[in-house]
Design a protein around this ligand. Structure first.
Ligand SMILES: [Zn+2]
Length: 196
């Protein structure tokens, strides 16, 4: 019985491996996101780790993030500007804000700001939870982009919570700080009707 169940489990996982890539390509919205660093020094490994993690977080929500390399602006790309928190200070944002999405109640924009010194500080503060700088950057980017793709506001749990605390970092260290199924649906819906 146990052996039969094991066989079935093995068979299922093979089927999933065969089926998933096809399913993922078909109808998966692709979202070009440009990452621009201004006045901050971030190691290449950290950036690559962050990009891979943002990709994974959005993939879990049924969206494919692509990172166009430097060059002519890509149509419909979202822009992630990573810089220091000068803007946050000037605008009087709370100290805990690690980023900002440029959007209003009426219109969701295409630009997010990420305050690298705050992201880095958070990674150091919660070092025990082993959320690397790259992963922390990915959480900040994913959250702020989420504001451009979801209805205004925050959720009580998960990636769109207004501020991250121990519980979120425990989830993040396991790679489980994600959009909810409902948020995934809303994001995909929004990308399928970009004019809204
Ligand atoms: Zn937020």
């Amino acid at each position: 019985m146990a052996a039969a169940r094991r066989q079935l489990a093995a068979l299922l996982s093979i089927t999933q491996i065969l089926v998933t890539p096809l399913g993922a390509q078909e109808g998966t919205p692709r979202v070009p996101v440009r990452l621009v660093l201004t006045g901050v020094q971030i190691g290449r490994d950290t950036i690559e780790e962050a990009k891979a993690e943002v990709f994974r977080i959005y993939q879990e929500a049924g969206v494919e993030i692509v990172w166009p390399s430097a060059g002519p602006a890509v149509d419909s790309a979202f822009l992630v500007l990573v810089r220091t928190d000068d803007t946050a200070v000037r605008l009087g944002l709370p100290d805990a804000a690690f980023g900002m999405a440029q959007s209003t109640q009426e219109e969701r924009g295409r630009v997010v700001f990420i305050f690298w010194n705050r992201v880095e500080k958070l990674a150091v503060k919660y070092m025990d939870y082993r959320v690397s700088r790259g992963k922390m950057l990915a959480l900040a980017i994913s959250h702020e982009l989420g504001h451009l793709l979801l209805p205004p506001g925050h959720s009580n749990t998960g990636l769109m919570k207004s501020d991250f605390e121990v519980r979120e970092f425990i989830l993040a260290s396991r790679g489980r700080l994600l959009f909810s199924d409902r948020q995934g649906q809303l994001i995909r819906g929004r990308l399928e009707k970009p004019s809204r």
